[in-house]
Design a protein around this ligand. Structure first.
Ligand SMILES: [Zn+2]
Length: 356
């Protein structure tokens, strides 16, 4: 590869006429149609340098940018029976699985990783959209259950990163059973008094958004990502009404209370570190009331979620569990220029706001 193949845009290259140049050096932004050089794009975390459009990112890149120093440990997920229904449509499900496995080099559509974010022990359960559209079958459900178990064992926070079209149809009822299973899994984390954060990425739809993905203590979302259950067209045909522009985007969901923070990829690491430090500080210092370490003679709170709310409140964040007070969210949002720490007067104001 020479300077010509590296830096000349495709159109100019076609004039120059060199045919042996690889095509994947330049990519077109799906939003602004600007041309992006592969190295610039990689440096900018797959975010368009012209318009800020967030393109899909590989699961390993995603995990590297989330964890401290990009280091994490992959956790083993128990194996599940493959193709239990011997399902076949145009193609056998077992063949589809094999294709996806050889294409991605992964066993299924989820990866569970343990590491440290902002100095806080954290388990991340991330979906791999490249594996059959990130669809949720038995293996993915198993992965989420395992992630929750590890979080409780290690006294770590749990972050789920869905990127999924929903349940895996080829597993029928078995894929639907994963919905209540994942709900129970995240409840285990909450019962242990540990934070559960969801980072919604493009797309979060179907059965995933009907289960664990909408149950976070905090919902973060990538700019412009699609969040919903059924698609816009299906809803419009059912209710026979035009839906507003920007419907089901991260920004729309934030305006309507489904998402707490829309966070750009560049700010993701810092935002997660800050949130986890706030939520985990007291949890690490003194074991959660009634949690796995026992109460240590403390007066038990009425419920575990209230205990967590009390802990976070004392750490300087006003919460009305499970949704953190809007005033506080504004302060935690990196997009907000006048970020003020919640102390003194602000703290009192935030508290009274949370009561209101
Ligand atoms: Zn763009």
């Amino acid at each position: 590869m020479n300077w010509l193949s590296n830096f000349i845009r495709p159109k100019i290259r076609s004039i120059v006429g060199s045919k042996d140049v690889p095509d994947n050096l330049w990519q077109k932004c799906p939003s602004c149609e600007g041309m992006l050089f592969h190295r610039d794009l990689a440096e900018n975390m797959n975010v368009c340098t012209h318009c800020g459009y967030h393109m899909k990112i590989s699961i390993s890149e995603r995990l590297e940018l989330m964890f401290d120093d990009g280091k994490y440990e992959r956790m083993e997920i128990p194996t599940v029976p493959q193709d239990p229904l011997k399902f076949k449509d145009k193609k056998k499900y077992s063949d589809r699985l094999k294709d996806a496995q050889s294409k991605t080099g992964e066993k299924d559509a989820i990866i569970v990783a343990l590491g440290v974010i902002g100095g806080n022990p954290t388990v991340v359960a991330a979906f791999n959209f490249a594996f059959m559209g990130g669809s949720m079958g038995a293996a993915v459900g198993e992965g989420l259950v395992r992630a929750a178990e590890i979080a409780v064992q290690k006294n770590a926070a749990l972050i789920a990163v869905p990127a999924s079209g929903g349940a895996r149809m080829q597993e029928g009822m078995i894929s639907l059973i994963q919905l209540p299973r994942t709900v129970i899994a995240v409840q285990m984390v909450k019962d242990a008094g540990l934070p559960y954060i969801v980072l919604l990425t493009d797309p979060t739809t179907g059965g995933v958004s009907a289960s664990f993905a909408m149950l976070g203590d905090l919902h973060l979302a990538e700019p412009g990502c699609m969040i919903g259950f059924a698609g816009k067209r299906v809803i419009e045909e059912t209710i026979r009404e035009q839906l507003p522009a920007g419907f089901q985007t991260a920004e729309y969901c934030r305006e309507h209370g489904m998402v707490d923070i829309v966070v750009a990829r560049q700010d993701l690491k810092e935002t997660l570190s800050r949130l986890l430090s706030l939520l985990m500080r007291r949890i690490v210092d003194d074991a959660p009331v009634g949690g796995p370490e026992g109460g240590r003679g403390k007066k038990p709170a009425t419920s575990k979620s209230e205990a967590l709310a009390a802990k976070v409140l004392s750490a300087g964040v006003a919460v009305a569990h499970p949704t953190i007070n809007k005033a506080v969210i504004r302060q935690l949002d990196p997009a907000n220029e006048d970020v003020v720490p919640v102390v003194g007067k602000n703290k009192r104001r935030a508290r009274s706001a949370s009561r209101a």
